[in-house]
Design a protein around this ligand. Structure first.
Ligand SMILES: [Zn+2]
Length: 313
């Protein structure tokens, strides 16, 4: 009998990644979409279009799992609120089921990602794991006592809105100094831009002069090449991430913190300084491992597929 297959969709803040995923977690057909600035109708249309493209390659798919960057009411299948997509108060599950004519499962994107990492990836074998996805913003997910932890209303695990500096910059959530604005992929670009302004003759400074902006991926590339200003910008963001990890360690005492999202391309240049802060400031003996996501930027898609595989079992 051929393996059971489903469609997994990770709808992130700036892009969608989807694929056909079989029960052995092998991905057979991938699609990508970008949607910066799309309104609600356009965003939903892009999602449907991506699923239809995948479905054409896998007509046997049993259903669709979605991870979306929203507070999700998983009982009702609604997107309650989202900082990154125009999906406030959208009955996402029913709407997609109706448009696609397939069974649909829904959760927060990083809840899905931590599910994949916990069952099959970097947090395998642990009982207590947290995940930070460092991209445009920072998403979070929690596995406690071996189960996804959603809290009283489904809003738990928003680790990106851990406040690490009450005098810090304004966050899209309305607060100030959240980890999201200080330690995301975007924050690496901002730290690089600040360094560039202070040193106009540096490589960073010249890039800022030429392009008018310095992005996180350029700063990371330059850091890997050994540029000292870029290394320091990445390390500073790593130390801020470390401050967030200290809070998580002290509150939850997990065995592992899995770091995913695009910014993890900085590897130990980012995670090394984060671990140093954690060891220096966390209460008790050093114990929580800080590791990159095993599935890279595909943990969200695979976790979304797991929701559908579990649901159609
Ligand atoms: Zn915030």
């Amino acid at each position: 009998m051929p393996p059971k297959r489903v469609i997994g969709i990770d709808a992130g803040g700036t892009k969608l990644l989807g694929g056909v995923v079989d029960e052995h977690l092998v991905v057979h057909h991938r699609v990508h979409r970008r949607w910066r600035g799309a309104d609600r109708a356009e965003t939903l249309r892009i999602v449907v279009d991506a699923v239809e493209e995948i479905r054409a390659a896998a007509p046997d798919a049993l259903g669709v799992g979605f991870g979306i960057p929203s507070l999700v009411d998983s009982q009702r299948g609604t997107s309650v609120a989202s900082v990154h997509l125009p999906l406030d108060d959208v009955p996402f599950r029913d709407l997609m089921a109706e448009r696609l004519g397939l069974p649909v499962w829904l959760d927060n994107d990083v809840n899905a990602a931590v599910l994949a990492e916990h069952r099959h990836g970097a947090a395998r074998g642990t009982s207590h794991a947290v995940m930070f996805a460092l991209g445009t913003g920072i998403g979070g997910g929690l596995v406690l006592d071996g189960r996804l932890y959603r809290g009283a209303t489904g809003a738990a695990g928003e680790l990106g809105h851990t406040v690490v500096d009450i005098h810090g910059p304004r966050c899209p959530c309305g607060g100030c100094g959240c980890l999201e604005v200080l330690a995301s992929g975007t924050a690496i670009g901002i730290a690089g831009t600040e360094a560039a302004r202070a040193a106009p003759r540096s490589v960073l400074g010249q890039r800022l002069e030429a392009d008018g902006a310095v992005g996180g991926s350029f700063v990371t590339e330059l850091a890997h090449a050994g540029d000292e200003l870029a290394l320091e910008a990445v390390a500073e963001v790593g130390r801020r991430l470390g401050a967030g990890l200290v809070s998580i360690l002290n509150i939850l005492d997990p065995e592992v913190a899995v770091i995913g999202g695009g910014a993890v391309a900085a590897g130990d240049l980012l995670l090394g300084p984060a671990r140093e802060v954690l060891v220096a400031q966390g209460l008790g003996p050093p114990r929580m491992r800080v590791v990159p996501a095993h599935f890279g930027d595909e943990s969200g898609m695979l976790g979304a597929a797991l929701l559908a595989l579990d649901g159609s079992a």
